[in-house]
Design a protein around this ligand. Structure first.
Ligand code: GLY
Length: 327
């Protein structure tokens, strides 16, 4: 027996939790045992409701699942009331709004942009990186130059009225202390499954308000803010990016599901890991959303307040997530 096979066998024998998981994976490969509704679109926070609606509309118009998750979050990138996504988002401490985004298909294709300026739709730029370059990630001025080369218009660099007002207030003290569940309603992460069980995901944000210039969060980092694998499922994250990057949150959840955890069990285990690896947890909010191939959904956050939107072709609902500090 090879060393690898021996290790897998030992792991299976050593973990009682693993055994039901193996059954679940076997079931997933058996036709007719799908537990959820397909297609299915899930998004973080209440801004996920209109984003889901846009994604479903795209699917109904004949778009594929990657088209749907791109189109869905483009809607949020234009929402002038949303100060955590798009160019209207809150700026960094220099007063400059910089954006992060990623997109991933269940076949492993992915693209992302980080620390990019003047681009209205960073999610579309991320898709262009995925489809039109041999790379996965472009950052900063290089990402901006790529956008220009792809024919994207450059937006004027000025803060939206709401962001300007908030920034002027912040400058009075120039202190940053995240306020859980209000300020941290950040980022849209969307994961979806089409009628054939193909998965895709997208994630886009203006990042942490008043961050250091150059700071990049979890959203454009494949495996942190987003991870998708057609063999297993998909996960996305929201909240304080640093805490999510430290545990490779979305990758961790997909790998836990691969080992047999349900999406809910995987999200809970990821939150537990995040809590164990981050100090000052009372000041940190982070939440995860996941789906597996059987169409089961999981969501969990550190603190109460996280919610997500779940849409099928005929429904679109906002659902409160459970959390570690209020299970
Ligand atoms: N989750 C978004 C960020 O931390 O930038």
């Amino acid at each position: 027996m090879s060393q690898r096979r021996k290790f897998i066998k030992q792991s299976l024998m050593g973990s009682a939790l693993f055994i039901p998981g193996i059954t679940a994976i076997a079931e997933a490969k058996t036709p007719g045992l799908f537990k959820g509704e397909k297609p299915l679109i899930l998004s973080t926070w209440n801004h996920g409701l209109p984003a889901n609606a846009a994604a479903v509309k795209k699917l109904k118009a004949g778009g594929n699942i990657v088209d749907a998750v791109e189109t869905g979050v483009r809607d949020t990138e234009l929402d002038m009331n949303n100060l955590s996504v798009g160019l209207q988002g809150l700026p960094d401490r220099e007063g400059i709004t910089t954006l992060d985004a990623s997109i991933m298909s269940g076949d492993g294709s992915c693209g992302s942009v980080a620390f990019v300026r003047q681009v209205k739709h960073p999610i579309t730029l991320a898709r262009m990186v995925m489809e039109n370059t041999p790379h996965v990630m472009l950052a900063g001025e290089g990402a901006r130059q790529f956008a220009i080369a792809q024919g994207m218009p450059m937006e004027k660099e000025e803060l939206s009225p709401k962001a300007k007002e908030a920034y002027e207030k912040w400058k009075v003290t120039s202190k940053y202390k995240p306020i859980i569940n209000i300020e941290n309603h950040d980022t849209i992460g969307m994961i979806g499954m089409d009628a054939n069980g193909n998965l895709a995901g997208s994630c886009t944000t203006s990042g942490l308000a008043y961050k250091m210039h150059g700071r990049v969060g979890d959203s454009p980092i494949i495996g942190a803010g987003l991870f998708v694998d057609n063999e297993v499922g998909a996960a996305t994250a929201t909240g304080l990016g640093e805490s999510i990057i430290r545990i490779c949150g979305s990758f961790l959840i997909v790998e836990l599901m691969r080992q047999g955890r349900t999406p809910q069990e995987a999200c809970e285990e990821a939150v537990k890991r995040l809590i164990s690896k981050n100090k000052n947890i009372s000041d940190i909010q982070a939440g995860f959303l996941a789906i597996n191939k059987e169409g089961e959904v999981g969501a969990y956050a550190v603190h109460p307040g996280f919610n997500y939107a779940k849409a099928t072709l005929t429904s679109n609902d906002l659902i409160d997530s459970r959390s570690h500090f209020n299970p």
